[in-house]
Design a protein around this ligand. Structure first.
Ligand code: SAM
Length: 242
């Protein structure tokens, strides 16, 4: 790949662009590659980055092992992603995020600290799951503090909607999990309710889950706690119905 192709690819984040664009769970603000972004992408993309391709991803060829694969959606600045990968080195992690600054921040961190059990993609997660992730192949999904899209007229932008929950469930292996945390109580209640209507999922806790020991506080969690929002954890597992 030439340097220009590398930067062009790094800046393409969705399949349907412009007029074709559908309702999205994110808003892209600054999408210009700064000198720093170019330097970091040039240095580390080949080893720690993945590009969107309309082709099923082979985890073994990406990571060189058969360890369990966990996918994190919307990692923000990615400090939590890196920390979890260090705390649970027995898993491989694929982080997906469209936010340029966060992507570059985590890419640099992975490269500098050589955190080799993480790969990251800068693309719409819905497209990635639909085109690159095999059914029944994922051990876990992490969705930490997804944008709550607070206004009622924006609820249709919420990432965790019935279709997406079904998509996640389809991609999970038997016994695989979805771990979502949010500081937006009404969103949390909504996802619990949606999960009850998704036959591919079961809730081993019957309601909200207790926190796990290995998840550090995320950036958005910190902001939520400063506003005294309750932190609700949801842990769902693929139902054993086959
Ligand atoms: C509120 S932030 C939370 C970031 C981080 N998880 C944390 O807790 O600090 C939600 C992130 O999800 C990302 N996001 C939303 N929809 C996405 C999608 N369809 N694909 C990839 N990233 C998405 C946004 O760009 C944003 O950075």
């Amino acid at each position: 790949m030439t340097e220009n192709e590398l930067f062009e690819n790094a800046n393409r984040i969705e399949i349907r662009e412009g007029k074709e664009r559908t309702v999205k769970s994110y808003v892209l603000r600054n999408n210009v590659l700064s000198d720093k972004a170019r330097r970091v992408i040039g240095a580390y993309m080949e080893k720690y980055g993945l590009f969107f391709r309309d082709e099923i991803l082979d985890y073994r060829s990406v990571f060189g092992n058969d360890n369990p694969t966990v996918i994190e959606i919307g990692f923000g600045m990615g400090d939590t992603t890196a920390e979890i990968a260090l705390r649970r080195p027995e898993c491989n992690y694929i982080g997906i995020e469209v936010f340029l600054q966060g992507f570059v921040h985590l890419l640099e961190d992975l490269g500098e600290r050589q955190i080799d059990n993480v790969r990251i993609m800068r693309f719409n997660a819905v497209d990635v799951l639909n085109h690159m992730i095999a059914d029944s192949s994922v051990d876990g999904f992490h969705v930490f503090f997804p944008d709550p899209w607070q206004k009622k007229r924006h609820h249709k932008r919420r990432l965790m909607n019935p279709e997406f929950l079904h998509l996640l469930a389809t991609k999970l292996k038997k016994g695989g999990y979805i771990y979502m945390v949010t500081d937006w109580e009404e969103y949390a209640e909504e996802v619990l309710e949606l999960s009850e209507n998704e036959p591919l999922l079961m809730n081993p806790f019957g309601g909200f889950a207790p926190p796990v020991t290995w998840r550090p506080v995320t950036k958005f969690e910190q902001k939520g706690m400063e506003k005294e929002h309750p932190i609700n954890e949801i842990w769902l597992e693929k139902a054993d119905i086959f």
